[in-house]
Design a protein around this ligand. Structure first.
Ligand SMILES: *Cc1c(COP(=O)(O)O)cnc(C)c1O
Length: 480
């Protein structure tokens, strides 16, 4: 069990030594305003550099990461993050730049942002992009604020946002935060939106439909063209949650499907490390008629110079300090250039191939509620194994002992005992085969002695925790 770094502290130990102060007999308050001076000594652990290094390196090894294990976390696109991204993001010109830097001295950084906007336009088909939002959910917020402002501008009062029952929780949460009422639309027996049902819900109160395609069951909404026609006939806008873009790049795009607003998760689709809360980047894109509503600034080019453009007449304003998470933007830009257009299409084709490979193999052992060709992910149910005594949570915990990060579990909520599996394109056939073997072995273990499986995991620093309590009252020092 890990001790906290405070336990390892030993008074007087130092990593580095500073030269002794030449202002010993002066008081800091002679130089600094009183309100920023610390009143009490800050209690920091004291360690040598080596001890600090070992402490944090060992701590990091207790984690699951895509650099160490297979990580099929559905809807999160935990692909490998090529290390060249770290090289470019670490270049001096990018790391030593200040956000208040005069534009004339930051032309390279602005050019990168401008070019990234151009690439994202090509990938999504959208007419304009803002790189401001810092995550997918943040992009959704910006997008739905645009919906709101758009209807204010054209003088229509619309209160309703339609969202499928398979949607990611951030969709209804965002709609609510923007003051809309959410209306749930049920998926049909094929796992997609029922257009007859949609016709009943759509009316002149509907501001938008929020969807992702492929949806969170990993299934392509094949009626999307009819859905977008119906939405637009009703005067509503169509919002695209781009978290699942890894399935369709270079094959189709949200514009072709009829969407008006999209957000992307650069940290998912375009390979930047994520999980554990950030940082991320959730740019949004819009069609021509919504261009002036984008959050500012957007980066523009006047033929001579790149500049931050704040001059959008209907803008929802700023949604983040400065210009977005620049380091994430550099990584995504690097990834896009490394892949190229054809490479990005290959990414999607391989992601879909890997998912279907696993789906076909695993459906022999686990229930597959929607037995159709899937896109980049699919959802199994642990119903059969639950009958035998181990629910999906138990299977997830058992996987950790096999050095595999569990899939997303209990989401989407319309599948009982859901396991949402997204292998991504970066995993080898051997890794996928090993996953299948492990999943089959777990099933055998459950049949033989389910109680033993319930004792798992035994190889992790902690075994089973009360997850509700852990989330509500995190006690990060409990091992002391
Ligand atoms: C991840 C995800 C989001 C939210 O994105 P964040 O970057 O985590 O805020 C929204 N919708 C779907 C379908 C997602 O998978």
């Amino acid at each position: 069990m890990a001790e906290t770094v405070y336990k390892k502290s030993n008074s007087g130990r130092r990593g580095i030594k500073f030269p002794s102060s030449q202002l010993k007999d002066k008081n800091l308050s002679e130089f600094l305003p009183k309100e920023i001076l610390r009143e009490n000594n800050i209690n920091l652990p004291e360690l040598t550099e080596l001890d600090a290094m070992r402490y944090f390196t060992n701590l990091s090894r207790k984690n699951f990461s895509v650099d160490t294990v297979f990580y099929p976390l559905g809807s999160c696109t935990m692909k490998y993050n090529p290390k060249i991204n770290e090289y470019t993001a670490g270049l001096d010109g990018f790391t030593n730049i200040h956000p208040e830097q005069n534009e004339d001295f930051a032309q390279g950084a602005l050019e990168l942002m401008f070019e990234l906007q151009q690439h994202l336009k090509a990938i999504t088909g959208m007419d304009a992009i803002s790189l401001q939002p810092a995550a997918g959910a943040h992009g959704e917020l910006a997008g739905m604020l645009i919906v709101k402002k758009y209807f204010e501008k054209i003088g229509e009062k619309r209160t309703k946002v339609i969202i499928p029952d398979s949607a990611h929780g951030t969709n209804p949460a965002t709609a609510k935060m923007c003051g809309f009422d959410t209306v749930e639309i049920k998926s049909d027996s094929n796992g997609i939106i029922d257009t007859e049902e949609l016709k009943k819900l759509l009316d002149n109160q509907t501001a938008a439909i929020m969807m992702t395609n492929p949806n969170t069951l990993g299934l392509f909404e094949e009626n999307i063209l009819e859905i977008s026609k119906l939405a637009h006939e009703a005067g509503a806008l169509l919002y695209y949650d781009g978290a699942n873009l890894n399935a369709i790049m270079g094959i189709t795009n949200p514009k072709l499907m009829g969407f008006d607003i999209v957000h992307l998760n650069l940290h998912k689709t375009f390979s930047t490390p994520h999980g554990g809360g950030g940082p991320g980047a959730g740019p949004i894109g819009v069609t021509e008629k919504l261009k002036d509503f984008l959050p500012v600034p957007v980066v523009n080019f006047n033929g001579k110079k790149y500049f931050f453009d704040y001059d959008l007449k209907d803008t929802i304003g700023k949604v983040k300090a400065y210009y977005g998470n620049f380091g994430v933007l550099v990584r995504a830009y690097t990834y896009i250039l490394m892949m190229g257009g054809r490479g990005l299409r290959q990414v999607s084709q391989d992601a879909v191939l890997s998912a279907n490979y696993l789906r076909e193999k695993l459906k022999k052992t686990y229930k597959l509620p929607y037995d159709r060709i899937c896109m980049h992910e699919f959802v199994l149910s642990g119903d059969i194994q639950k009958e035998l005594g181990v629910n999906t949570m138990g299977i997830a915990k058992r996987l950790m002992d096999a050095d595999i990060h569990p899939p997303t579990v209990y989401f989407p909520m319309i599948v009982h005992e859901a396991m949402m599996i997204e292998p991504t394109e970066t995993e080898s056939r051997e890794t996928l085969d090993n996953f299948v073997e492990v999943m089959e072995k777990i099933n055998e273990e459950i049949k033989e002695d389910f109680e033993l499986v319930l004792e798992r995991p035994v190889r992790t620093p902690v075994s089973r925790v009360d997850e509700t309590l852990a989330a509500r009252q995190p006690n990060l020092r409990f091992c002391e």
